[in-house]
Design a binder for this molecule. Sequence first.
Ligand SMILES: Cc1cc2nc3c(=O)[nH]c(=O)nc-3n(C[C@H](O)[C@H](O)[C@H](O)COP(=O)(O)OP(=O)(O)OC[C@H]3O[C@@H](n4cnc5c(N)ncnc54)[C@H](O)[C@@H]3O)c2cc1C
Length: 446
Amino acid sequence: MSEILSRMRPEKKFEPEQIIIAGANIAGCVAAIELGRAGRQVILLDKTDPREEQKTPPCNGCGGIIQGKTARILEELGVQIHDITRRKLDGFIVTLPTGEEITVDAPMRSVYRGHGPLNAEAKSPGLDAKLLESALKYPTVQFYRGEISSVDLSLGNQSRVRLKGGIELRSDFFIGAFGHSKLAKNVKVLKNEKLDAPITRRSTVIEYDIGEDLLNEEFGSYARILVLPFDKLKKSDSSALFVLLAPKNDGAMTMVIMGDKDITSHDVNQLLESENLKKALSANLLNKIKMKELKRKGGCGICTCTINTITVQSPEHYLINRMGGGILIGDAGLTRLYKDGIGAAVATAREAALSIIKGDFSSYRRKIGREYPPDDHFYAERYLRLNDAVISNPHLRRLLMLAKNTPAVSQLLIDPHMRHFLTGDVAYKNILPSLFAEMLFKIFDM
Ligand SMILES: Cc1cc2nc3c(=O)[nH]c(=O)nc-3n(C[C@H](O)[C@H](O)[C@H](O)COP(=O)(O)OP(=O)(O)OC[C@H]3O[C@@H](n4cnc5c(N)ncnc54)[C@H](O)[C@@H]3O)c2cc1C
């Protein structure tokens, strides 16, 4: 009831002119571009500069898969996405635990977030550098390198940001685009206001140089997803449940490993030695993946790391809607759980900037709240379990394959379902309603 009343009540409007953005990666830079276009004064702060090639990890701990829709938005924002595309992709080949393969079509592309882990010739600025360069084309956008130690949104009409080293900056409004940073714990708000931090889980990224021939043979224009058996009783097994193999250019491939718990180096080693991987991959590809020296050849000092976290629950409170307040966007705020974090960072950043320009967050709450619902973890958890149950049951799995191989059923039901599930184009909460609507449209040829 209170939610309905609050929707009917017009939100208070306010017009921030100066905005500080904490974090100059995807979400921060996209917000800066949109605010810069509107002539707002923006200070972008980050402890690192994505234009500089960093040693660890040059891949930025990300699979670097960008969905077609996100690429289109970035192009609209003036970001030259083709300059940083490593490979254009037509979708995923999904290998089920029992070896069956399902192809899911979805236009997307692979990029590096950093400069790429390959040899010197193949290195070039990645997505984050490109975004920052695009933001800095606007004269009202400035970038400063510095580590933020605290943020104070409890002062009334101004927000205050403190950097390590004692520098203090003030603005009309604050944008928290700082990902899964500890900084979330150092944001002070008024007693009757609240901001939360996301709940995260550790995953792993490993970069490989497998050679262009094998890459073309095994991937062509598809990324691969391996779904591993879900059996919690087998304690000795790896916690890994989901592996993404994202082909890049010049023979490079990024491997992302996620699980139902934090992924540790023990889990990675168990996975690399497991029968499951042997069943899912060709002998050639498996051999390359197991030859660890290939990773070192990449010219990247550390090519495996387990510090990367994904969001498994978004914050419930992400907005302080007044002058001197702030909003959390990208990984720091509402996002898509487990997948399409880049798409979510772009969408939430753009909508937050447009709301600041309008001085009104009501459409942000409606639009982003619907696309990235704060309670989506509840649906995600059940949805993932449902998929595990179907995949691990031989009768249901056979039914799934039968449906996939029956064109009419596949087109109506299986393909759109798999696409939603793998690309994260809709919230978990909305997969079934979207599926139902799409089915009706197809049946009635609308
Ligand atoms: C293993 C893994 C694989 C992934 N693969 C994909 C994929 O293939 N496709 C996809 O769409 N998504 C993927 N994601 C998700 C995606 O990487 C994130 O959703 C995305 O990076 C979020 O962008 P962001 O700008 O919100 O945050 P971030 O990219 O985390 O940027 C936050 C910025 O804030 C800065 N910062 C933090 N604290 C401070 C501070 N105190 N002071 C100053 N600066 C600070 C950081 O330096 C950083 O530059 C993956 C994630 C993981 C972990």
